[in-house]
Design a protein around this ligand. Structure first.
Ligand code: CP3
Length: 354
């Protein structure tokens, strides 16, 4: 394997010295880029794009051609795992993800089997190894999955949800059923992420996009507990380097201490969190990733740079910060503004790394 030419992202996650703060963007390969829309059209639809290793590799690399990003993220989706469990994932135009066969009863949950990542999710593994090869050591490759709780919300609700009516009913009325589902998902995710590492992923991120919908107690019982199980089961070394693990609970700002206790390397922060406060609370234990509101990209470059400076100053001096947006880049963000954002992070952060 080619030596890494730029390892700032991995170094910052382990709090090793860096020259400037590394930066990447959640959903950096996506619809805001015209070249992404063209490649998706060529593939036919979103899932066809995910299933084609060459085209998935192409869209992964597109943002890296435009911007001086410090990491690449596998182009895929968190919902590939429930799809491989037999739920039948499809995307309804304008309505987001849907499942043909939701798992909203204990009988359906009992029947679920744990996917073999090299077989049932072999197309993801082929994308990982293709991207790693084509990156040729330019920057590290991030692998990812959804958290068990976040995957379960889609599986039980049958798609995206606002009120989480079905899964919350299950959580309080039939907790054993939900625990069985979450446990199967945690086992599936461990196998899936370890296979991503075996195929070339150099860092791992777990997206708990809906953990913030839980109560204080329920977060620990139904989300964090299963992310803990995953962290405990992951391969943490590959190619003679540590494989850092980042946990991101959107809306999880109140629970950073508990998250940092899991033994992960870094926490992703959404924009509701004051990064200075987060560093005081957990910065001795973990690195921090985040956390600019993606909507700032609607503003002019000067305003974007101002916001970047505020966040850099909030984190302060030294390593342990990976700059990112607090959630995915918006579909209608201006690609030029995304470029200004990445440039500002590198230019404005050098003074914090002397
Ligand atoms: O560049 C990257 O970040 C890599 C690829 C990536 C995608 N999805 C591609 C995608 C990643 C890391 C994800 C994670 C993901 N998927 C999450 C966790 C992060 C988050 O946003 O909270 C979640 C909850 C999903 C589930 C999902 N996939 C939804 C809700 C949707 C529809 C939402 C929308 O914006 O329409 C998707 C589809 C999806 N996944 C798209 C992309 C680029 C858009 C689909 C398209 O091109 O039509």
């Amino acid at each position: 394997m080619a030596e890494l030419k730029n390892d700032r992202y991995l170094r910052a996650l382990l709090k090793e010295p860096v020259d400037v703060t590394p930066v990447w963007m959640m959903r950096q390969a996506g619809r805001y880029l015209p070249e992404y829309r063209a490649t998706r059209a060529q593939a036919g639809d979103f899932m066809a794009l995910c299933r084609n290793a060459e085209l998935a590799c192409e869209v992964t690399l597109q943002p890296l051609r435009r911007y001086d990003l410090d990491a690449a993220i596998l182009f895929s989706d968190i919902l590939t795992v429930p799809d491989a469990m037999g739920l039948g994932l499809y995307f309804e135009a304008g309505e987001g993800p849907r499942f043909e066969r939701p798992t909203d009863t204990i009988d359906a949950i009992k029947k679920l089997s744990i996917p073999d990542p090299e077989d049932d999710l072999g197309y993801v593994m082929r994308a990982v190894s293709t991207i790693r090869r084509e990156l040729n050591g330019q920057v590290p490759l991030i692998g990812f999955s959804g958290s068990p709780w976040t995957l379960a919300t889609y599986m039980v609700e049958g798609g995206s949800s606002k009120a989480f009516e079905k899964i919350k009913r299950m959580m309080y009325a039939e907790p054993a059923a939900l625990h069985m589902l979450l446990d199967k998902l945690a086992d599936s995710v461990v196998l899936y992420l370890n296979a991503q590492v075996a195929n070339g992923a150099q860092s791992l991120m777990i997206f708990d996009s809906w953990g913030g919908a839980l109560s204080h107690a329920a977060y620990r019982e139904f989300s964090l507990r299963y992310m803990q199980k995953i962290v405990d089961g992951l391969t943490r070394f590959a190619d003679g380097r540590k494989v850092p693990v980042t946990l991101f609970t959107k809306g999880g700002g109140l629970w950073l201490e508990a998250m940092a206790e899991t033994g992960c390397d870094a926490l992703g922060l959404d924009w509701t969190v004051d990064i200075a406060d987060a560093r005081r609370r957990v910065g001795h234990k973990v690195a921090l990733q985040g956390n600019m509101d993606p909507s700032v990209l609607y503003a002019q470059p000067e305003r974007i740079a101002q916001e970047v400076e505020t966040i850099l100053a909030g984190y302060g001096e030294g390593s342990g910060h990976v700059f990112n947006l607090g959630h995915g880049i918006h579909q209608f963000a201006d690609p030029e503004h995304a470029g200004e954002f990445v440039k500002s992070v590198h230019e404005l952060s050098a003074k914090y790394h002397k």
